[in-house]
Design a binder for this molecule. Structure first.
Ligand code: GAR
Length: 193
């Protein structure tokens, strides 16, 4: 991705649905000198998302859209993002699937983080399925978003070893801790930094 001219930080929106721990890690990263992005907008489909509290903490604008009518919500969102000069989107635990039309408008500019070693375990309940299949490793992946679920070009992955004693919850925590490091690294990679 090429850095835009003028203010050389790329104006980015983070989309969340829940806790927002990846949003927090991205917001912290965006404050560092090496960050090529600034976080200027938070979007949630869920007004109860805990992560929305980071809007206040980091002084970032926010918007909640319920996505009950996807087309309507996406159209509103596109106009808000345009108004705020948003150039890039980071999905961070955003549990809605964006339409082809929306993705086309931000072609090559939407990243997602997924809690598995893609292309394995696309979709939901990854840790549960990984444990059921007695995998030795799982991990997380940052990838570009295309029209097919969890299928866009992989940017970076981090492997995590699964121990016999691991539960869905312990594995989830281990992977989440790695996600917080992986997302900023993947962003640096996207900008060839
Ligand atoms: C993260 O583990 C993220 O990888 C996952 O949701 C969690 C959100 O945590 N995303 C998906 O499963 C997307 N399919 P957070 O709200 O604390 O960042």
């Amino acid at each position: 991705m090429v850095l835009s001219t003028g203010d050389n930080r790329v104006r980015t929106a983070v989309f969340i649905s829940g806790t927002g721990s990846n949003l927090k890690s991205l917001a912290k990263f965006s404050k560092t000198k090496i960050s090529p992005i600034s976080i200027n907008f938070i979007v949630s489909n869920n007004y109860k998302a805990k992560g929305l509290n980071y809007a206040k903490e980091f002084k970032i604008k926010k918007k909640v859209l319920n996505f009950k009518n996807k087309k309507l919500s996406e159209n509103k969102l596109l106009s808000i993002l345009k108004k705020n000069n948003i150039e890039m989107i980071c999905l961070a635990g955003f549990m809605k699937i964006l339409s082809k039309n929306f993705i086309k408008k931000f072609k090559g500019k939407i990243l997602n983080i997924h809690p598995s070693l893609l292309p394995k375990y696309k979709g939901l309940n990854t840790h549960q399925r990984v444990l059921k299949n007695k995998e030795k490793y799982s991990g997380c992946t940052v990838h570009f978003v295309n029209a097919r679920l969890d299928s866009g070009k992989i940017i970076l992955q981090k492997k995590v070893r699964i121990l016999k004693k691991d539960t869905e919850s312990s594995l989830g925590k281990k992977i989440l801790a790695q996600e917080h490091k992986l997302y900023p690294k993947a962003i640096l990679k996207v900008f060839n930094l």
